[in-house]
Design a protein around this ligand. Structure first.
Ligand code: IPE
Ligand code: IPE
Ligand code: MG
Length: 246
């Protein structure tokens, strides 16, 4: 094909832009291997794609963008790959510290950050502090995150509150559980995008995705450009959300 006739952007209904978009950033390794590059080159390209995606969604009026960057299961990978992912996160955050105010995108982190390298944790604290002063879209980066670990943590927090007499077992409502998740103060995702061809949740936002619309595509995450994101949102805009009603 000499040139593409596809317009760069699809026309989206401005009144049905999802408030919260989630994405499983999968397919980085295969993207690199297809090009004869080391898997880590795919993670590097994937972090660029995250930045572009965040800016695009922010321009569209999305309020929350939650991405799966490193799961509680990803520690099973070879230590060299894990180390390289941590270094890439550090260099991403170093840039974010400089640029996030100008881009007007707040960053937050969901997951157990305690086992992360000290350098990375220090950068996370720095971005957290800057984020307090930013009013734009909130991007939540899930790091050492697992849906089961998050729910287990919530159960432990509830048990501690009961034990201390701050909470009665009969007051353990859905709201009480939600309030103890990393996402306590934000709405559930409206749309969850999984590129990379796998059609599973891989332990991502198990509670929050209860009524989320899913969009799966074979495109690998580093190739998810603005137009492909628009296609996902256009598909979302065609969905009928019933929440169990009729
Ligand atoms: C997702 O890409 C990034 C992380 C899990 C850190 P993968 O590294 O899983 O890429 P594939 O699925 O092997 O292509
Ligand atoms: C999910 O991708 C986790 C992230 C993208 C961070 P994986 O590549 O780890 O998922 P599986 O192993 O294919 O389920
Ligand atoms: Mg994968």
């Amino acid at each position: 094909m000499l040139f593409s006739k596809k317009p760069k952007h699809l026309s989206l209904d401005p009144n049905r832009i999802p408030v919260h978009v989630a994405a499983i950033m999968d397919g980085n390794g295969r993207w690199a291997q297809k090009r004869g590059l080391p898997r880590t080159a795919g993670h590097s390209a994937g972090s660029e794609t995250f930045q572009r995606a965040a800016e695009h969604l922010s321009d569209l009026g999305v309020k929350y963008f939650t991405v799966y960057a490193f799961s509680t299961e990803n520690w099973k990978r070879p230590p060299e790959e894990v180390g390289e992912i941590m270094r890439l996160l550090e260099s991403y955050l170093r840039r974010a510290v400089r640029e996030m105010r100008e881009k007007n995108i707040r960053l937050r982190f969901f997951g157990d950050l305690s086992p992360l390298p000290a350098e990375l944790r220090a950068l996370i604290e720095e971005t957290d502090a800057i984020s307090q002063t930013i009013g734009g879209m909130q991007a939540n980066i899930c790091l050492n995150y697992g849906g089961r670990a998050e729910l287990t943590r919530a159960a432990r927090l509830l048990a501690e509150d009961c034990k201390a007499g701050r909470l009665a077992p009969e007051d353990i409502t859905e709201e009480a559980v939600s309030a103890r998740l990393y996402s306590a103060d934000i709405p559930d995702p409206d749309l969850m995008i999984r590129p990379g061809g796998e059609e599973r949740l891989s332990n991502f936002l198990l509670w929050q995705n209860a009524y989320t619309e899913f969009y799966f595509t074979d495109v690998l995450w580093p190739d998810m450009d603005e137009r492909l994101l628009d296609e996902a949102i256009a598909a979302y805009q065609q969905r009928k959300r019933r929440y169990g009603g009729i």
